[in-house]
Design a protein around this ligand. Structure first.
Ligand code: ATP
Ligand code: MG
Length: 454
């Protein structure tokens, strides 16, 4: 950035210097030419007014140094010339300054001389007797004008360039300094950049910084939680197997211990399964493999699968609704349903009810899982979707919970662009609603309106 800014400043400077030189030379040169013509004019008028233009008077007077006086007759022939032999001179009637003098009374003209660095300036005036009197003078042209100036211009240009280089350096520095300062304060929330234009940029970076810090904290927390969760069943497995190994355990004990080992290893498997699922959801953010699914059909399968567990908990499992089609990932929808339903059964009261329903609301398919269970206290409601968060640790563990179920649900719901809503009252029950996004596709909506072909 610094180099580029510097280069731009230099380019600007050089352009400015060149343009200034060019225009001032042009103006100056124009003034010079006007001055030469004006002096010719004065001399011509002096000659005219004193009557000194008569041929024989002219022949006797010597013209002022460097001036050439010519007298031209009405037909264009030269009747007198102070510098040349008139016998050899051609007809001057076609010269522009003379033509102009004949027609308009006076004429002026500048012509290139034979020598490279000179121009000839002409001024002609028509006399009362019809002749034209012309005075000419050789003077420097642009080239001769420029030559002596070149060294001065070069020195001036170099000095200016030097000054501008130093200024460009400091200017660049002062422009870049706040940006460098900002780079040093990226993580400082209170830092204010002097450039208003940089604010969105700084905001974005700071937000990213916060996100990175938070996600690294979450990762650390998660790792700690995972280790902790793995430790309990592993400690149990290790303890029971040690007892069996030592031979102290009686035959009945061994059977019981084997049962405990079995339970703990199942729990480990479940934990690892859930963790793998979560990390899978975390890392895959590409296209989701979706298909057209009948939510009601999936809910029925889920209810069938959990029927046994419901009976075990003395809970009635009900299903209501109609066919509803969504474009979604089958595995994830199954997971969502299974997790919500098994929560509703496990955190229920004996004799309680669980109601799963699927229906359309406007253009959205909605899945509702409602129970008459223990409910979730207000202060825990926003935390239950966190990983490993459990309201009642002992109850969750005794029913085999890892605290990852709702975290997986939340993730899967987000991946589908769906929304999740929670209502719960301690002692009354809990209701969780998942609103799927508008399918957007006409054919899906049409299918929702009628029984699908089977
Ligand atoms: P997992 O689902 O991994 O087996 P879990 O059920 O304990 O374990 P989550 O499904 O994430 O974990 O639920 C988190 C906590 O939210 C639960 O421990 C429980 O305290 C509370 N909770 C979830 N669903 C309900 C419900 N329907 N009624 C009452 N409390 C619930
Ligand atoms: Mg659960």
């Amino acid at each position: 950035m610094r180099k580029k800014l510097n280069a731009h400043f230099m380019l600007m400077t050089v352009t400015a210097i060149l343009l200034t030189v060019f225009f001032s030379l042009a103006v100056y040169y124009d003034l010079f030419q006007k001055e030469v013509i004006s002096s010719l004019k004065t001399y011509t008028h002096v000659l005219e007014s004193t009557g000194a233009f008569e041929k024989d008077v002219l022949e006797q007077t010597k013209p002022v140094d460097g001036l050439r006086v010519t007298l031209i007759d009405t037909d264009g022939t030269v009747s007198f010339d102070s510098n040349a032999n008139i016998g050899r001179m051609d007809n001057h009637g076609s010269r522009p300054e003379i033509q102009k003098a004949f027609s308009e009374g006076e004429g002026e003209e500048i012509r290139r001389s034979a020598t490279l660095d000179k121009n000839t300036y002409y001024y002609a005036v028509k006399l009362d007797n019809g002749q034209v009197l012309r005075v000419a003078k050789e003077a420097g042209n642009m080239f001769s004008f420029l030559m002596p100036m070149i060294p001065i211009l070069a020195v001036m240009g170099l000095v200016l360039l030097g000054v501008c280089m130093v200024m460009a350096h400091f200017l660049t520095k002062s422009i870049v300094a706040p940006v460098e300062q900002m780079a040093l304060h990226m993580d400082d929330e209170k830092y204010e950049t002097p450039y208003k234009e940089m604010e969105p940029f700084l905001d974005t970076i700071q937000k990213q910084h916060r996100d990175i810090v938070r996600s690294s904290q979450m990762r650390q927390e998660f790792t700690a939680n995972v280790s902790h969760e793995l430790k309990t069943p592993l400690t149990a497995i290790s303890g029971y197997s040690e007892l069996i190994e030592s031979g102290i355990a009686t035959r009945e004990d061994t059977v019981r211990f084997a049962g405990e080992i079995h339970k703990s290893s199942n729990r480990l498997l479940m934990l690892i399964n859930d963790i793998l699922r979560l990390s899978e959801l975390d890392t895959s953010n590409g296209e989701l493999a979706t298909e057209r699914l009948d939510l009601y059909e999936l809910a029925r399968k889920c209810a069938d699968m959990l029927q046994m567990s419901a009976e075990k908990h003395n809970v009635t499992l009900l299903l209501a609704g109609d066919s509803c089609y969504v474009q979604a990932n089958r595995e994830m929808v199954e997971e969502i349903m299974y997790n919500l339903c098994s929560n509703a059964i496990r955190y229920n009261v004996p004799g309680g009810r669980v109601m799963m329903s699927v229906n359309m609301e406007a253009d959205h398919a909605v899945l509702t899982v409602e129970d008459t269970g223990i409910g979730i206290p207000k202060e825990d409601q926003k935390r239950i979707f966190e990983r490993f968060y459990r309201v009642d640790k002992s109850r969750s563990k005794s029913t085999g919970g890892t605290g990852l179920g709702l975290a997986i649900v939340k993730h899967a719901v987000a991946r589908h662009g769906a929304e999740i809503g929670l209502w719960s009252q301690v002692g009354e029950g809990t209701r969780i609603r998942i609103v799927f996004p508008d399918a957007g596709e006409k054919d899906v909506r049409e299918l929702n309106g009628r029984e699908p072909d089977r």
